[in-house]
Design a protein around this ligand. Sequence first.
Ligand code: FE2
Length: 543
Amino acid sequence: MCFMYNLLFKFFLIFVVFILFSIQLFSQSKWVRATYRDDPSTTISLGWSGSIGILYYDTIDHGTNYTAYTMSQTVDRSTTHKGTNHYFVRLTNLQPGTIYYFVIESGGTTTMRYKFQTLSDEPDHPISFISGGDSRKDLSVLGIGDPSCWGNGCRQTRRDLNTIIARVRPDFIAFTGDYIRNYDVIFIVDSEDDWEEWFHDFNYTIAADGRVTPMIHSLGNHEDAIDLDRMFDVPNTDIYYATNFGGNLFRLYTLNSETDACTDVIQKNWFINDLQQHNTPSNTPYWKIVQYHQPMVPHAEYSARTDLIDCWSPHFLTYGVRLACESHTHVLKTTYPLKYDAAATSSYNGLVRDDSLGSVFIGDGAWGAPPRPTYAPITDVTQDVERTSGYFHVNVNKSRIQIKSVVPYPDSMVNVPTLTDDEQGTLLPDGVPLWRPANGSECIIIPNYNSMVAIQKIAEQREPSASIAPNPAHNYVSVLFKNALTEAVTIEIYNARGKKCQSHTNVRDQHFKVDVSELCSGVNFINIITEKDVESHKVIIVK
Ligand SMILES: [Fe+2]
């Protein structure tokens, strides 16, 4: 009898431990993420899933000792979606350019210590972001899609690209839609599992020091607006909005391509009105950038969305949108600068190349989704295209937008460098695996100083420090600085495709002569680079 009591008592203890462990597990907060709903320099929405809790935060790091944090906020919004509870705390009145540390305490457990950085509200500070989308894994069990994804569903690609974010520390992620496959619609497989895996993999973007990378979300065709609303706390359920970064450094338009751009008059009018309101001498951002899911210039599988071209792209030209971030076809592509010209005798659905006024289109959603066979390059449209995975690293300052594409190297992540500082606008460090297509691994967009109403403000605010002569040039061109140089500058020459052709460092001559006899004829750009600025000049080279 005594033996039986002992046995029962041991079973009882094991049962109690199991219950306590389950409660502990259930009460833990997980899947911490951040979304910009408003000004990225003063506000943020911090979200998590699992259990309700209180968010403790401070500009001083108190580790996991939540009682030491001087500020706290209870949950502003809670949702239940895809089988999980989600909680959001919307912080406002934050200090620009400041690191905030935070923990979440719920049910007697405290998370690890996370941190985020508010962005500067000054356009003098560069900003880096990742543009990419289509992070779904493939349905490998049916043997469809890219054979290289069968077995792991390309999930490792997604994880590796997320890990690179933790290491290179962009300021935010501009996600262009299609997070998961949403199997439950077509294949009657539970999308809750798919989202759970997505959030699990998204944890790979969190750096070793707890740094969280905020997101701006676009709607793809494989999720619903309600998904983004309930799981990411996006600004509205229409999924179109605009966000200013760095004060007026750039305005990012997130558009919803899941409706017809011409018949969705409400969205179109909102877009046009907002562009107009941000095109006045006192209220013009240095750059305007758009992101949306389905491409105007697809390079695999799909036809061009001509409604987007007809009803959105003319306004890109009118109001100076110079960069369009697309997704959906699972390849990497960059285009030449393209503008809408309905009267052109030869065009790509109304888009024609214009290296001064056009918008560069990047895409097409290769964040782990199975890469597709590409279309052949389109003359005077396609700059580069390749069937591969990756996303774009975009660095913006007042004088130029620099674009590079990161590709995953699943077996050699150990070689990807890990940054540790909290500088805003960090450039990609050497060693990050880059897409290196034929026309170069870097694309530079510079403002047109003369032609666009939208960017007149740049010319008003800053007088060029130098002039270029002769222009057009033949074998030599001189950079003529107005004043003697007090600090050394770097002079770089790019061709119209954004490929760097020459670089001269430590330049101190007031009149600096450059041999351009080896450069291709046509439009080239001379960039004068100081520690704080890049000044660009267009030069025509004639052979
Ligand atoms: Fe898509």
